[in-house]
Design a protein around this ligand. Structure first.
Ligand code: ADP
Ligand code: MG
Length: 687
């Protein structure tokens, strides 16, 4: 049970003043469901603005505060999805546009009555030959607020939230921080000059104080390392079962290709592990298309040959179905019984699968997380394979591992290339096999870097491509890790491309209702729509082989791993594929080198390694938006600097006080709960 001291932090976010049903949705979208989440919702950055007397003083891209008077409201035609624009005038008569998209537009009339002066804070952008501010950060009556707005924290938002709203909630959350004992080793604390936990949170919310942020990051890393080490210790205690196949089923497969060297090597590593008594805990890393499935199949057949069952867990229904179909086809000559179990299976169908698992007649199960449920009992599970493992927590992996009478072997697979130096952080407890060689005959994707100013040419290029009967993706920029602004940008681009391409274009982003999203995806997948405009938030989970062109706007703002993943969506068919990386004007030396690297190679591992060298600190490990981030607080730089220390410290603590019963051990338990690594603690109790 969670220690009581943490209760105020785990109180529902509704207990904060002013949070009603309306705010719940956007808060949930940001993952802010408890008071602690709000306290840890640290500013993305601090904005500093300049107060300008008139628009002539401001420059494009600059953050400003300026007094403006609304002249005219231009609401979108009813039913259209265009923006709401307000034309407003400065003190000397220059006009600029204030623009809102989506639901936020409803408040525009109230905020800016025609003829009345308001203080507006936001970023000046260009709109045709006019300046505009998209989604102003503040619109205020009083000039008094002006000075206070010159420097402010900027939080990540979701539609329905504003900066001041979030700031107010953070303030309330900070007021509720309990006193907690120190879990960091005193010497470490002193050497680093770190503040105590609650002071660190306060400072990180209000200032750019690096030591405060470092401490909070260290907490997270320490919690992670501790939990991983506890899992590892537990694994050593648990008995597995040595499984050795005789190869008779594998020999019956009629593979249309020869295995690559990397596949053969990985298979040998897995065989070696499975033949041991201790349960395997191995990660198979390899780019999209590297051929992970057949490696997994080999492992599953070993289990079946040894008289056990195997289960493959996929993150989505679609992927589960794909795997099931592929495996069923491959297994046809072997006579192995395979079944699919997803949340959709109901009634008798479900019953019969459950029976088959229990009596052992189903030898191989493919499914979504429903194969974890307590109602699913296996006769004798020998191997669990987890595909796209980054989407599942270690806790879930363990839940699956708990199914067998003895701990089954576990093989996790991921297409996210992670530099060697960081695998420890993310997968500390696992051994790693790498498929660092693609099957022969893959076509390289022709990748080019083009300045954003040549947009017109790019659009014409897309037009020629579509005219040739093929399809294309258009990925819109991440404005600044701010969902509202990202979607605004995507809506604008969509509107522009629709003018050019009409009904051939569909738009997909994270805020569309899922029916609308699915319908758009469906139109694209079926070939009715030719061009798919999307933000990166969206999982473009379908495989569309005739989509052979991808345009990525402001490519320099993306992490290279992310660009690599995006690019992997093309190049799937027989046709040659192209990826156009549009870059903004002012590129740093590093920015240039990063894009050049994308042009040069398609090797995900090399991209991951070199990206790490190039960019240094600041970025997150994985991307937060797609839920891939390993850590919520620690960024890449902090992971590199602090993880080795945290890991060593955690090891020392586990060695000395494996039951976490000393005074510091007790504090460390609190830490595990705080970062929701309490599966670590739960293992302790079980063990
Ligand atoms: P991923 O690693 O993305 O899961 P898959 O296992 O789906 O990749 O394999 C991608 C494609 O490559 C499949 O069509 C598969 O049949 C094929 N493939 C796998 N291994 C080889 C190989 N050694 N030679 C040729 N094609 C292969
Ligand atoms: Mg796969």
């Amino acid at each position: 049970m969670r220690p009581e001291a943490l209760n105020p932090l785990f109180a529902e976010v509704e207990t904060l003043e002013g949070v009603g049903p309306k705010l719940m949705k956007p808060l949930e979208r940001l993952g802010l469901t408890r008071v602690k989440d709000v306290a840890y919702h640290l500013p993305e950055r601090f904005v500093s603005r300049r107060s300008i007397a008139d628009l002539d003083e401001g420059t494009e891209g600059e953050q400003v505060i300026i007094a403006l008077t609304a002249v005219e409201h231009r609401a979108p035609r009813s039913g259209s999805r265009g923006p709401h624009r307000v034309l407003a005038q400065d003190a000397v008569g220059n006009i600029c546009a204030l623009t809102w998209f989506g639901k936020a537009a409803y408040s525009a009339r109230k905020l800016l009555p025609v003829g009345e002066r308001r203080w507006v804070a936001g970023r000046l952008d260009r709109y045709g030959d006019m300046l505009q501010i998209v989604h102003p950060d503040h619109v205020e009556v009083d000039s008094a607020g002006q000075m206070g707005r010159l420097s402010e924290p900027v939080y990540r938002l979701a539609e329905g939230l504003t900066q001041p709203r979030v700031a107010g909630l953070v303030e309330q959350a900070l007021a509720r921080l309990p006193d907690l004992p120190e879990w960091i080793e005193p010497g470490q604390l002193e050497r680093s000059g770190w503040p105590a936990w609650s002071a660190a949170l306060q400072l990180a919310q209000e200032t750019t104080e690096e030591r405060a942020r470092d401490r909070l990051a260290y907490d997270e890393l320490l919690a992670n390392s501790l939990a991983l080490l506890l899992v590892k210790a537990e694994g050593r205690r648990r008995k597995g079962q040595a499984l050795v196949g005789d190869g008779r089923l594998w020999a019956k497969l009629q593979l249309p290709f020869a295995l690559t060297g990397a596949q053969t090597r990985s298979i040998a590593e897995i065989e070696g592990d499975m033949a041991q008594d201790a349960p395997m805990l191995r990660l198979l890393q390899g780019d999209v298309g590297a051929g992970k499935t057949v490696v997994a199949l080999n492992a599953m057949l070993i289990a079946v040959e040894a008289g056990k069952q195997a289960a493959l867990l996929a993150p989505t229904e679609i992927l589960a179905r794909q795997h099931y179909e592929t495996l069923r086809r491959m297994l046809a000559p072997t006579g192995v019984e395979i079944a699919l179990l997803t949340g959709r299976a109901k009634g008798r169908e479900r019953e019969s699968i459950l029976m088959g698992l229990m009596d052992g007649s189903i030898q191989l199960l493919v499914g979504t997380h429903s194969i974890f449920q307590d109602t699913v009992a296996y006769k004798d599970l020998g191997l669990a394979v987890v595909d796209e493992q980054h989407r599942f927590g270690v806790a879930q992996r363990l839940a699956l591992a708990g199914k067998g009478r003895r701990a089954p072997h576990t093989l996790a697979m991921t297409a996210t290339p992670i530099p060697r130096s960081l695998t420890l952080a993310q997968y500390g407890e696992m051994d790693v096999s790498r498929l660092d060689e693609l099957p022969p005959g893959r076509q390289a994707i022709d990748t080019r870097v083009i300045p954003q100013e040549r947009m017109d040419e790019v659009v014409e290029g897309v037009a020629r491509h579509l005219a040739g009967g093929q399809q294309a993706y258009w990925v819109c920029p991440m404005v600044h890790d701010n969902e509202v602004a990202d979607i605004a940008a995507a809506e604008m681009r969509y509107a522009a491309l629709k003018e050019r391409f009409g009904e051939d274009v569909v738009l997909v982003h994270g805020q569309l209702r899922s029916e609308i999203k699915d319908a758009a995806m469906e139109r694209f997948a079926s070939g009715q729509a030719k061009l798919l405009v999307a933000t990166t938030v969206i999982e473009v989970g379908v495989d569309v082989p005739s989509a052979t062109l991808m345009v990525i706007e402001q490519a320099e703002r993306f992490g290279l791993a992310q660009l690599h993943q995006l690019r992997g969506r093309v190049g799937r068919g027989a046709e040659k594929s192209t990826c156009l990386l549009l870059r903004g004007g002012a590129l740093t030396e590093t920015g240039r080198a990063r894009l050049a690297l994308m042009r040069e190679t398609q090797d995900g591992f090399r991209i991951a390694e070199e990206d790490l060298e190039l960019r240094g600190g600041g970025e997150l490990l994985g991307t937060r938006q797609s839920g891939e981030a390993a850590f919520r607080i620690a960024n890449l730089d902090q992971v590199q600097r602090l993880l080795p220390v945290a890991h060593a410290d955690a090891r020392l603590l586990v060695d000395r006080d494996g039951g976490l019963t000393s005074e510091r051990g007790e504090a460390a338990r609190l830490l595990l709960y705080l970062f929701e690594r309490d599966w670590g603690v739960q293992l302790l109790r079980g063990g």
